[in-house]
Design a protein around this ligand. Structure first.
Ligand code: A3P
Length: 279
């Protein structure tokens, strides 16, 4: 599939990527009421963006993905983001070395993490489904080593996760959310996010946010957005479940994955705390 190499790792093909990373992000003007959704792609970006957008605006209504695409500084640059009124809910998949320093100190940061085996499967369908990647004939057996060895977009999951968690560990402006916890009890997590964002809503408001942000509601209510997906693809809302990896990984792939992740993670500190079963 199509990607570009820059500064020793592979990236999505965003126009002017090097300028976005070296200039736009470096000069980014952070606001204290900005909320950032930070994650490895396919870890619930749209989901959290929608929840946070409702919470900070105080309006329980789905805004949906067509607007989200405009919220990545590394994709669209500051010229698009600066005129946006506060409070902004922004997204990024960059590693902390490219993240605006001011935002790290002054803005609200939400890092969402998802089981990497499910991330790998979700990413596989993302690549197959979006026309631009020209990966429609891609097979799981071919993609598996690409993910495992960190050769795909955004490089290596462990590096990304460990480097973010180590930066955010002592940061009182940061909240770490697990996709699996959102899945288990969305209402409870909505309230936790609201408290973190210092939003004071009623129980009815949080109920409504959780109802609108359920998988079925988001899939059903999605706006058309740009026509980037192949006709047969299920788009950003494919299955929205946990442990779908069990339907894709062979026994040998699972063993190889566990071996590599255990070996690489044995000297790390932060990712272990997340508590996934291979750790
Ligand atoms: P699947 O491909 O496993 O279905 P991102 O927004 O970061 O690209 O993540 C997309 C993944 O999050 C997809 O996973 C998608 O279905 C899932 N997702 C999005 N909204 C969701 C929701 N409301 N509930 C559960 N999963 C959701």
């Amino acid at each position: 599939f199509t990607l570009i190499e820059y500064a020793g790792r592979n990236w999505p093909v965003f126009p002017g990527l090097s300028q976005r990373l070296e200039e736009d992000l470096a000069q980014f003007k952070a606001r204290p009421d900005d909320t950032w959704i930070i994650n490895w792609p396919k870890s619930g970006t749209h989901w959290c963006w929608e929840i946070c957008s409702m919470l900070v605006s105080g309006k329980a209504e789905l805004l949906q993905q067509s607007k989200l695409t405009a919220m990545y500084p590394e994709a669209v640059g500051n010229a698009e983001i600066e005129p946006m009124p506060s409070p902004r809910v922004l997204n990024t998949h960059v590693t902390p070395d490219y993240f605006p320093k001011e935002a790290l100190e002054n803005s609200k940061l939400i890092f969402t993490v998802r089981h990497p085996k499910d991330v790998a499967v979700s990413y596989f369908y993302h690549l197959k489904g979006i026309k631009f990647y020209q990966y429609e004939t891609g097979a799981w057996a071919g993609y598996f080593p690409v993910f495992l060895e960190g050769r795909g977009e955004n490089g290596d999951w462990i590096n990304h996760t460990e480097s973010w968690l180590s930066v955010l560990d002592d940061n009182s402006n940061a909240l770490v959310l697990k996709f699996e916890d959102l899945k288990k009890d969305l209402r409870k997590e909505v309230q936790r996010i609201a408290e973190f964002l210092e939003v004071s809503g009623t129980d009815e408001f949080y109920d409504e946010v959780a109802r609108l942000c359920s998988f079925d509601s988001m899939k059903e209510g999605k706006t058309p957005g740009p026509d980037i997906w192949r006709q047969e693809a299920s788009g950003f809302f494919r299955k929205g479940i946990t442990e779908d990896w069990k339907h894709h990984f062979t026994v040998a792939q699972n063993e190889e994955f566990n071996r590599r992740y255990r070996e690489t993670l044995k000297d790390t500190i932060h990712t272990k705390k997340i508590g996934y079963e291979f750790l």
